[in-house]
Write a protein that binds this ligand. Structure first.
Ligand SMILES: NC(=O)c1ccc[n+]([C@@H]2O[C@H](COP(=O)([O-])OP(=O)(O)OC[C@H]3O[C@@H](n4cnc5c(N)ncnc54)[C@H](OP(=O)(O)O)[C@@H]3O)[C@@H](O)[C@H]2O)c1
Length: 326
């Protein structure tokens, strides 16, 4: 017997469209393997009339958050970004006792703990909060911190967390002009809607704050992250460093110091053999250093529709078909 799980998707941009595509392409395999049909019940966008390159019934598109939230759904995916409409979607989902899957680190930074508390408060009704795609794209670092490393005495988290800047740095070191590398990252869907958040280090700061929340229990909104980004002049330095056999990478760090946590985002020059230097293009790499488990390194595709959507899909599949109706 096949159960039906209703999925409402907020956002049909790089991530949302890739997710709809994954659900379409793997729908039959998921039905056969898991006995579940994931049925898309609504798609929230800014412009519901714009033609879309996804095979979803046009009648399912809406540009009204209230309309979106009124639609029956077991799982709501938030992939619109920003913090205004996304916040309304997140709260409206959890208070209705639905499962929320979000890719939105900016929202989690300002109110991850509040959303977590809301999910707990409505757990009996079915609410859950999952956000693997929010940090590291397709790299399962959120799950590692939330589950596997709890109680391991974590003391430092370090990583290359921003796919756009890493893409630019690894292209400029090969001689590609900064502006061309940025344009290529945008075309490939690695960049945020506003690339300033990538370039000035804000996106990496949001991500390291979310990881510090998970790893050290600090309030991500209250954590001050000293952030320096990259620009065209740093790109010239990256090129010069490459000629000297070194690489420049934008590295985010959170270290536990006494009762506090010190967090930074800054460009670092590393030798060619260093793990960070090996991280190319939109790849991410994260090192988790703990007393009992030593250093754990995870790496993979950190941005882009398909890698990010696969992390969203993993969250969708995570709790099985507990809410499913036959
Ligand atoms: N791109 C990546 O590689 C990546 C990786 C990891 C995480 N993320 C996160 O995933 C989220 C989505 O990113 P994205 O790159 O997919 O963004 P995007 O390409 O800009 O798409 C955003 C989508 O949300 C819709 N939208 C935006 N504001 C809205 C509003 N106020 N009301 C209704 N719909 C709205 C847009 O509608 P229209 O289509 O009508 O404009 C669009 O379909 C963000 O939180 C981002 O940080 C992205």
């Amino acid at each position: 017997m096949t159960s039906v799980v209703k999925v409402a998707v907020a956002g049909c941009g790089t991530v949302g469209a890739a997710l709809l595509d994954l659900l379409e392409r793997h729908g039959e395999a998921l039905r056969q393997r898991r006995g579940v049909r994931y049925q898309v019940t609504r798609v929230l966008v800014r412009d519901a009339d714009r033609p879309r390159a996804v095979s979803v019934d046009r009648a399912l598109f809406t540009d009204r958050v209230d309309h979106f939230l009124e639609t029956p759904a077991d799982i709501v995916v938030e992939a619109i970004g920003g913090t205004t409409a996304a916040r309304a979607v997140a709260h409206g989902t959890l208070v209705r006792g639905r499962r929320l899957v979000t890719a939105n680190k900016a929202l989690l930074r300002i109110e991850g703990p509040a959303l977590d508390a809301l999910a707990r408060a409505h757990r009996a009704a079915g609410a859950t909060l999952d956000f693997e795609a929010a940090v590291g794209g397709g790299v399962p670092v959120v799950r590692l911190l939330r589950e596997s490393l709890a109680g391991h005495g974590l003391h430092r988290i370090r990583g290359v967390l921003n796919g756009t800047t890493n893409y630019i740095l690894s292209r400029v070191e090969q001689g590609v002009p900064f502006a061309d590398a940025l344009a290529a990252a945008q075309r490939a869907g690695f960049a945020e809607a506003d690339p300033t958040r990538d370039l000035d280090g804000t996106d990496a700061a949001d991500k390291i704050a979310v990881l510090a929340w998970l790893g050290f229990g600090v309030d991500p909104a209250a954590l001050r992250v000293r952030a320096t980004g990259i620009d065209a002049s740093l790109a010239l330095e990256a090129r010069a460093a490459a000629r000297r056999g070194r690489a420049v990478r934008l590295v985010a760090t959170a270290v536990r110091i006494g009762d506090g946590v010190h967090a930074t985002v800054a460009p670092r020059v590393v030798p060619r053999g260093h793990p960070f230097a090996q991280v190319r293009d939109e790849q991410n790499l994260i090192q988790l250093e703990s007393e009992s488990a030593g250093t754990l390194t995870v790496a993979g595709a950190g941005a882009g529709g398909s890698a990010t959507a696969s992390a969203v899909l993993a969250d969708i599949l995570r709790h099985g078909a507990t809410n499913a109706a036959s």
